[in-house]
Design a protein around this ligand. Structure first.
Ligand SMILES: Nc1ncnc2c1ncn2[C@@H]1O[C@H](COP(=O)(O)OP(=O)(O)OP(=O)(O)O)[C@@H](O)[C@H]1O
Length: 284
C-alpha cells in the first residue's frame, strides 16, 4: 500500500549549507498493516510522517501510495495530530461534517449526516456530538479527531503521537478505540509514538529510527501477538518483555545523553525508560 523510497529531508542552515534531518529512509507497508515509527525526540519521525501525508516536501526520494507516486496532501490520507485542531465555533458533529462534505460530495445531505453521526458514535460520542470543543475533555476532542479521520475512509491513516497529551487511563481507552476501528476498517496505518508499550500493543511492526541528524531506519521489529489483542494477556506473555527490551536497548544505544557522560558509560535499561518517561528516576 505504501512505499517510502530513499527519503531525504534537509533544511538550510542560517550560516549556509544544509542540515540533513532524515537520510535515505525506506520502508514498505502492506495493505491493512499497522506500523509504528519510534525514536528519540527530534530524530525526524514527524518529518517522515508529514512527507507521507504530503504536508512537507522531500528533499530527495519519494512516496508511492497504492501504486501512484504522490507529493501532495489529499483525502486518501487521514491525519491525526497530537492535538486534533478542531474549529472552536463548530460542534464535534460540524467539525466532522467539514471533511465529510468534501469527500462525499455526491451523497445527499442526510447521507452525509449519517456518515458523521456513525463515526462519532463508534468512537463513543453519541451523547456529545453536538457540543463545541471547549465543552469536551481532551480525550473527547481526540475522539473527534479519530472519528474525522476514519469518516473520510482514507487509504491510509497517519497518526502523529495522537495520545501524547492524554493521561494514562484515557490513553489506554483511546488505544482500544483506535484498535477496534482499525480492525473493523483495516486501514493501513502509520503511527508515530515515543511509547514502547503503545508501539507493542498496537503494531504489526515497529520501525525504529536512529537519532538525528541524518536519522535513518535503524531496525524493524515484528510484533507476533495475535489479534484481537488483550492488553493483560500480552503483558503476561514472556515475549512481551523480550520485545520491550529489544526496543529499549535500541533506543538506549542511541541515547542523546551519552556524549555528556563518562566515555565508558553504559546507560541502563532503567535510565532509558526514565528518559522516555516510563518510570520516574533521578539522573546524577
Ligand atoms: N522547518 C524546519 N526548519 C529547520 N529544522 C526543522 C524544521 N522542522 C523540523 N526541523 C528539525 O528537524 C528535526 C526533526 O524534527 P521532527 O519534528 O521530525 O522530530 P520528531 O522525531 O518527530 O520529534 P518529537 O518526537 O519531539 O516530536 C528537529 O531537529 C527539528 O528541529
Amino acid at each position: 500500500m505504501l512505499e517510502v523510497s530513499r527519503l531525504w529531508k534537509a533544511y538550510p542552515k542560517t550560516d549556509g549549507g544544509e542540515s540533513v534531518i532524515v537520510k535515505d529512509f525506506s520502508a514498505k507497508l502492506a495493505e491493512g498493516e499497522f506500523a509504528t515509527l519510534i525514536g528519540h525526540s527530534g530524530c525526524g519521525k514527524s518529518t517522515v510522517l508529514s512527507i507521507v501525508a504530503g504536508l512537507s516536501e522531500a528533499t530527495k526520494g519519494g512516496i508511492i501510495l497504492d501504486g501512484r507516486e504522490t507529493d501532495e496532501a489529499g483525502p486518501d490520507r487521514g491525519v491525526v495530530f497530537q492535538s486534533p485542531c478542531l474549529l472552536p465555533w463548530m460542534t464535534a458533529f460540524e467539525n466532522v461534517m467539514l471533511g465529510v462534505n468534501q469527500v462525499y460530495f455526491t451523497a445527499s445531505k442526510s447521507e452525509r449526516r449519517q456518515v458523521a453521526e456513525y463515526y462519532l458514535s463508534v468512537v463513543g460520542l453519541s451523547e456529545s456530538m453536538h457540543k463545541r470543543p471547549a465543552e469536551l475533555s481532551q480525550g473527547m476532542r481526540q475522539r473527534v479527531g479519530i472519528a474525522r479521520a476514519f469518516a473520510l475512509q482514507p487509504k491510509m491513516l497517519l497518526l502523529d503521537e495522537p495520545f501524547g497529551m492524554l493521561d494514562a487511563l484515557t490513553r489506554f481507552e483511546l488505544q482500544q478505540v483506535l484498535l477496534d476501528l482499525w480492525r473493523k476498517f483495516r486501514i493501513t496505518t502509520l503511527m508515530v509514538t515515543h511509547d514502547v508499550d503503545e508501539a507493542i500493543f498496537l503494531s504489526d511492526r515497529v520501525l525504529m529510527m536512529t537519532d538525528g541528524p541524518e536519522a535513518e531506519l535503524g531496525d524493524i521489529m515484528k510484533v507476533p501477538f495475535e489479534r484481537p489483542r488483550d492488553r493483560k494477556a500480552i503483558m503476561e506473555d514472556p515475549r512481551y518483555y523480550e520485545l520491550r527490551e529489544r526496543l529499549i536497548t535500541f533506543l538506549n544505544d542511541r541515547s542523546h545523553i551519552r556524549p555528556s557522560l563518562e566515555p565508558n558509560f553504559q546507560p541502563s535499561i532503567e535510565l532509558a525508560e526514565a528518559q522516555m518517561g516510563l518510570v520516574p528516576t533521578q539522573v546524577a
